[in-house]
Write a protein that binds this ligand. Structure first.
Ligand code: DGL
Length: 276
């Protein structure tokens, strides 16, 4: 089947890595809406319009069977309306607050996210429904998105900036669980661990990637059995011929050698551009 994994930027690659490792037999289109990057500081109205425009374009060109909205900022806003509008199945990435509440012994969790995700009613609902009795500190970290982008382009990571972002977490000894609620942030996990230090009180650093991979496995096997029930063969035909692993961008850029090597390591054999 054809799976689209969609984000504003390279953050979606943290989800792609987990899903593709769990389900290597499918065709993948990683779609970065780099033209409209970043999403985390956009108004709800602008972002909703943009997500629909991009989804419309990708549906039209690639007819995916499954779309993973690999962006907390977009999923916490647009998932319901995407499901209502298009035929494909959608999986959204949302802050891993429920597993964090299960893991935390001290009942004190920090959540790093974009400013938009921090403000979303969806995020507040996750806390009310799944983190009863926990103190949850929501921390907006928009500059961390750019740190992940520059890292993958081979420009290194500004550790002093990361140190500033992590200060409220480092200075509160009772926080034992940290949620990375933006798909860009897991790309900085080694640097986050370095900044926290070896003797840190933060015992768990969690993100949604593995849970999304498990969810994708369930959804795809449901879809295969639904097709079997209808006596149909699993879908293989594409409106447009798609190579196995395509990295798709809404704006053409001069990619650095480091970024191209990174994409190749993740088994992308084609880099393309889509007009939105
Ligand atoms: N990676 C996205 C997320 O998970 C958003 C990054 C951005 O601000 O564009 O929220």
């Amino acid at each position: 089947m054809r799976i689209v994994i969609y984000d504003s930027g390279v953050g979606g690659l943290s989800i792609y890595k987990a899903v593709q490792a769990a389900l290597p037999e499918h065709d993948y289109i990683f779609l970065s809406d780099n033209q409209a990057f970043p999403y985390g500081t956009k108004s709800e109205e602008d972002l909703l319009n943009r997500v629909h425009q991009v989804t419309h374009a990708v549906m039209d060109h690639y007819e995916p069977h499954l779309v993973i909205v690999a962006c907390n900022t977009a999923s916490t806003l647009a998932l319901d309306s995407l499901r209502d509008t298009y035929d494909a199945r959608f999986i959204g990435v949302v802050p891993a607050i429920k597993p964090a509440a299960t893991l935390s012994q001290t009942r004190h969790i920090a959540v790093l996210a974009t400013p938009a995700t921090v403000e979303r009613p969806y995020t507040k609902r996750l806390i009310t429904e799944h983190a009863q009795g926990c103190r949850v500190d929501l921390i907006a970290a928009p500059s961390m998105v750019a740190l992940a982008e520059t890292k993958l382009r081979g420009e290194g990571v500004d550790l002093a900036e990361l140190e500033k972002i992590m200060l409220p977490i480092k200075s509160d000894q009772s926080i034992d669980t940290l949620v990375l609620a933006c798909t860009h942030y897991p790309l900085l996990k080694p640097e986050i661990k370095q900044v926290l230090g070896q003797d840190t009180h933060v015992k768990h650093i969690i993100d949604s990637a593995d849970a999304i991979a498990r969810r994708a496995m369930t959804v795809l096997s449901q879809m295969a059995s639904e097709q079997g029930d209808k006596g149909q063969a699993p879908p293989t035909d594409a409106k447009q011929r798609v190579r196995q692993h395509t990295a798709l961008f809404t704006r053409q850029e001069n990619w650095s050698d480091e970024f191209l090597a990174y994409l190749e390591k993740l088994s992308f054999d084609q880099i393309d551009h889509i007009r939105v």
